[in-house]
Design a binder for this molecule. Structure first.
Ligand SMILES: [Zn+2]
Ligand SMILES: [Zn+2]
Length: 220
């Protein structure tokens, strides 16, 4: 009878306390990726709409495809409104980029006043950008300009539009240092123009807010 009592106590102890040893316990799988009406797994996009910015949603993987093969109108929120981040609407937008769910990484805007890049970070960014040059506003790879080769160099190399007007000027005003733009954030003036409606928001395409209904149905 003594051994029974001992067993009983041990069991109680396991039930009551969740400790570090439970860290490796089972985790239920995430909700399965839904199929769109075409019968394939939907893909993920992050909203930049002024009213839903930051939230992620599923759409038909062919929604933005180059082939007009009639994508379906499938739409489903992944996130609740708690993921809304107004800052995201101020940033440049990949209008057609979609990711499979397992590759999706939420895009988070940098802090408003990021610390200055260290020399090391500048070096690293410069190497990366020389291998993979930024696109100018015309949508072509920008050209790296090295204004001087002095030692130490007097000017920082910079990227600019690689297309030229008929009289030899860059076609667009794209201009970034080799290690990247100095400030990621739009100017105060630009923000005021968005807010007052004078300038359009960088992106006001889908999704519609009414579609949040779908999200709640999905949760149930
Ligand atoms: Zn579809
Ligand atoms: Zn250009």
């Amino acid at each position: 009878m003594t051994s029974f009592g001992c067993e009983y106590k041990r069991r109680r102890w396991y039930v009551r306390y969740v400790g570090e040893s439970n860290g490796a316990g089972p985790v239920p799988p995430a909700l399965p990726v839904p199929l769109c009406r075409c019968g394939v797994q939907a893909e993920v996009k992050q909203s930049r709409h002024p009213k839903t910015a930051g939230r992620a949603f599923y759409v038909c993987k062919w929604t933005f495809g180059p082939i007009p093969a009639a994508p379906c109108d499938f739409f489903q929120w992944i996130d609740g409104p708690d993921k809304y981040d107004p800052r995201i609407r101020l940033f440049q937008y990949h209008s057609i980029e979609l990711k499979p769910y397992h590759q999706f990484r939420r895009w988070v805007p940098p802090s408003p006043n990021p610390p200055r890049m260290t020399e090391e970070e500048k070096q690293e960014a410069a190497c990366r950008r020389v291998r993979d040059p930024p696109m100018c506003k015309c949508g072509v790879s920008a050209k790296l300009m090295r204004p001087n080769l002095g030692d130490p160099p007097k000017f920082t190399p910079f990227f600019r539009c690689s297309l030229k007007t008929h009289d030899g000027w860059p076609l667009c005003d794209f201009n970034e240092y080799i290690y990247g733009p100095m400030a990621m954030w739009p100017t105060e003036e630009q923000v005021r123009e968005f807010e007052s409606g004078k300038a359009p928001w960088p992106c006001v395409s889908s999704p519609m807010i009414d579609a949040s209904v779908v999200y709640w149905q999905h949760k149930m």
